[in-house]
Design a protein around this ligand. Sequence first.
Ligand code: C2E
Ligand code: MG
Ligand code: MG
Ligand code: MG
Length: 283
Amino acid sequence: HNAKEQGVDIRRYIPAMQMKAKERLKLENDLRRALERDEFYLVYQPQVQLETEEIVGMEALLRWNHPKRGLVSPADFIPIAEESGLIVPIGEWVLRTACLQNKKWQEAGYRPICVSINLSMRQFLQPNLAGKIGSILSEIGLDPSYVDLEITESMTLDKETAFEQLKRLKELGVFISIDDFGTGYSSLHYLKNMPIDRLKIDRSFVAEVMEDSNNAAIVSTITSMAHHLKLKVTAEGVENQEQLQFLRQQRCHEGQGFLFSKPIRAAEFEVSFLQSSMLGMPH
Ligand code: C2E
Ligand code: MG
Ligand code: MG
Ligand code: MG
């Protein structure tokens, strides 16, 4: 490579990199105002008991409707929210909104189901998280046993802190799930000692479960381990009947994925799932 070639590269790529940093800053500023401007909403995805195909839960997933860009993916804005600390007020909004929705549905007379809420690292590390969640739940009047908090394996790397935090959350009476299980660093030691209730098998393993025998082995092993440890096990990203059959054979308890439904708005969820015969009409 001569200097001129390198010069061309530099002229071509540095402005692009600056743009990226600028873009990011812009997005962060927009994110800062998104709460007060009411640009967030939640969608809900059903969680289905595989044996009966009954709906037993729903996961609340955050959506950002940007005034100029339209819908921005959580994969793009959650990391920015996390790094800037904005995830704390945003996460609190998610928790409050999802719990309020669940309470409303219970008051309307639908059979109660659990709502799963994703926690970010920053939220999880808040010293008074359990106290905060506890007061939100009592303010809303929602029984903590209808709330499931999803954390990831990476949040438990600092074992002492994670253990204390999880213990306080369990004392509150909420359910704890490990999301994207199998993609992190968890050891068997941690599984044995952490006060958790459920493993959610990452969808990357479920996706190719019929084509890739390694994935089949992983799904099968996680499921059987969950049974032995008396943990619930849910498969993420169930997209077709073959996967469903396989998961049933493995005695995986629950599934979530496009086969059952994409994540949808509350009004649609109510019509499609709560009012249907699967759950029974309001009494
Ligand atoms: P996650 O918690 O693992 O959520 C599951 C993701 O898989 C969702 O993507 C969902 O739309 C997608 N999904 C569900 N079923 C299928 C399927 O059958 N096939 C495929 N290909 N995908 C499926 P989404 O909504 O884009 O969310 C991505 C991630 O963003 C979530 O992964 C979660 O880590 C994060 N996230 C979403 N909402 C929140 C939130 O309120 N707070 C925090 N901290 N993170 C959130
Ligand atoms: Mg999740
Ligand atoms: Mg997941
Ligand atoms: Mg995931």
